[in-house]
Ligand binder design. Sequence first.
Ligand SMILES: Nc1ncnc2c1ncn2[C@@H]1O[C@H](COP(=O)(O)OP(=O)(O)OP(=O)(O)O)[C@@H](O)[C@H]1O
Ligand SMILES: [Mg+2]
Length: 429
Amino acid sequence: MMQSSRIITAIDVGTTKIFTLVASVDNAGNFEALGHGVVPCKGLSKGNIEDIVEAQRAIRESVEEAQKQSGIKINSAFVGITGTHISFENRRDVLDWVGSHGVITDQDISRVPETVANASQQIGRKVLHALPISYSLDGEEGIKDPMGMHSNRLEVETHVVTGSSMAVDRLVRAVESAGVKVDGVVLDSIASSESVLTPVERARGAAVIDIGGGTTDIIVYKGGTISYSAVIPVGGYQFTNDICMTYNTSFEAAEEAKITQCSTEPDTVRPHEEITLPVLGRVAGLRVPRRDVCQLTRERAQELMRLIMITLKNADVTDFENFRLVLTGGGSNMDGLEDMIKRTLTGNVRTAAPNGFMEIPLGLQQPSYSTGFGVLLWGARQISDAGSANGAVNGRNGHANGSRADAKEPVSVGGGKSRFFNPFRRNGK
Ligand SMILES: Nc1ncnc2c1ncn2[C@@H]1O[C@H](COP(=O)(O)OP(=O)(O)OP(=O)(O)O)[C@@H](O)[C@H]1O
Ligand SMILES: [Mg+2]
């Protein structure tokens, strides 16, 4: 039988680069990358678009490059979002309209995210996701899938992600100015989790820690569902900036020194080893002990670790034996970081790049690209959920969330349809 396929585009508007990825997906869920564009961008700060003209330029160039590579005209795209304007809430709602005919139906459950999203609306904020965590039936807590059950009083606990309307609109406008319609907006860390977490990790409990240029985004899975998220306003930028400020060198020189010379372990560097940094306003470079530069990196990494630990504590993550940390984002390349976490927090940690769901083009098999690939997977699921009655085409084999095939495992809340609320979904598309 002929497989029909469709084109999906993902755009990761990051603090350091715009990454556009265009791919085809057939109705068996097989992806093929057709083209991509990666363009450096300085228009963002801490994940927020500050210079819209610069952001528009970089988005346009990135889209043009992906079009050139693929030979495909990109008309619309799914877009990732992060930034310090994002906030989160776990809330409970009584669903008094559910089960009025006795038994809770699939249709009831599929209406839950939108209902909760409507109830969560606040002036000046846009609801990006309403993700049911679990249900309570007549006082019985922790029910993952209430379908087919009887209840007089159904309550749902939901993880609700919102962004400032202004920031969301700015992102949408920046993308649309490149002639690309926005199919949907997904939180960067949710996207990253799509491309790096295994179904087992989601089910047992895991946090994705996406260390980007401007922010570190965290998303926590427990029992197969998202239970907590956070955006920490520290990323690779701060590591570079420390070097830049301390030695009065250019950002570019500091960035290069960070990537090629630094580790979080000064003790592994020979005591008298020196590196040369150009100094602003001076012809001769400054020779500095490499150990000292590494010490700066170490201190910044320790601070970031503390912030990560506070976040995990707020997320009620206490038992690390069965809980995995998955590091990704460009900042996770930092030499020594994973070992630092191993020594001080948990051995149950790995660093991840997009992998396992499609052939990843050469050069994109890196943690920086986890978000972009994740946006693609998330977008594909949006489309298949909207288009088919029986749930999701999976971006990966045995995807724990939204997969009917996994319905026996207690890992999914109500299947693919109910998991995402997409306020950007266009009618009939
Ligand atoms: N080998 C390396 N060692 C240390 N840091 C690195 C290395 N490679 C990349 N980085 C850092 O990763 C950061 C970029 O990561 P990434 O591409 O994930 O960010 P982004 O998506 O543009 O930003 P954000 O997600 O915060 O909006 C930069 O700060 C860069 O210096
Ligand atoms: Mg990013």
